[in-house]
Ligand binder design. Sequence first.
Ligand SMILES: Cc1cc2nc3c(=O)[nH]c(=O)nc-3n(C[C@H](O)[C@H](O)[C@H](O)COP(=O)(O)OP(=O)(O)OC[C@H]3O[C@@H](n4cnc5c(N)ncnc54)[C@H](O)[C@@H]3O)c2cc1C
Length: 356
Amino acid sequence: MSDYDLLLLGAGHAHLGVLRRWALVERPPGRIALLSPGPQAWYSGMLPGLLAGRHAAADCQVELLALCRAAKVELIISPVQSLSAAQQQVQLADGRSLKARWLSLNVGAQIATPPQQGDAMQLLAVKPFADFLAGWQQWQAVPQPLAILGGGAAGVELALALAGQVPQLALFCAGHLLDGLSSGLRLRALGHLRQRGVWVREDCPISRIENDCLLSGDEPVWRGRRLLLASGAKAFAWPAHSGLGCDEQGFVLVAPTLQSYTHPTIFAAGDCASLAGARKSGVYAVRQGPVLAANLGAALRGLPLKRYRPQRHSLALLATGDGGALLDWYGHSAGGQLYGRWKDWLDKGFIRRHSL
Ligand SMILES: Cc1cc2nc3c(=O)[nH]c(=O)nc-3n(C[C@H](O)[C@H](O)[C@H](O)COP(=O)(O)OP(=O)(O)OC[C@H]3O[C@@H](n4cnc5c(N)ncnc54)[C@H](O)[C@@H]3O)c2cc1C
């Protein structure tokens, strides 16, 4: 068993920010390691552009070894399998056990799957991205009609990126398209989707899959053999089994300092954390990075911690698959190629900032 001062679990957006800050400013004292399933961290904001053929895979990833070297942090390539919050101990998939005085979780979330009966329909979840891209490459070789589950920003961006690459495309949303964003943005997105031949079904929650059929309640709503899952974030099971206090959906309950309420020596940020006012989106995870970096440093040095305050509004920029983007800002919407160029600039800037 190896002992560390701090283990960073997952190379999510917040941890990337932590590593960058430590590389550029000052790294706190102690033995620190990052645990990641692979040597790269995918940047979700560029995934739709990658699928639309506008980016190369290498442009959408952060190389973790270089970033960790710059931050003087060990990189351990293996996914976390389980965690004991009481013992501050992490079990890795490769069999290793690691202990640390402080832990920080930024492992994101997985995608919910409706119950399935029969195996006539193939399912492909958009996360983890590496598995998704490998699966999509196989599907792309023999295009077939496709349904996408999830009418949030991810589902809309994927539908617009993939329209034209498959013979028929349907998009299913449990509620309204882009719930929580402005009605202007929803109308613009609906216009783009219709123009690109995507069949959109709003207020159509998919309750189960029976053979080659999607059912909403007991009503059959779509028949086909391929379903892409891009619906809301579902918590991984292991944090809830670790003894950490979690909300009813299994996300780690954290205080504004990003410390677990039940185990203050464990921090959590991004989609895997549950904090009032913080949405499950990359934008919020990125904003948590500086506070998390400061607090992990303060924890290691025995200093007081800062509080993270979620921003009330956040900018949404949705790629339309043709180089353009739709913007939502304080309830106002707009769209066009100019916003697409702005989104590209912001996205590439994120990768550049973390390529040290
Ligand atoms: C197609 C798509 C497009 C999106 N576009 C946007 C956008 O434009 N803007 C936006 O704000 N949000 C966007 N989102 C949402 C966004 O991806 C998530 O909200 C965001 O990634 C959450 O960040 P995070 O830091 O919590 O975790 P993530 O970015 O998901 O990172 C989690 C990391 O933890 C690692 N990990 C997972 N399990 C383990 C484990 N067991 N052990 C160790 N490491 C593990 C993963 O490999 C990953 O590197 C999009 C989502 C999708 C699917």
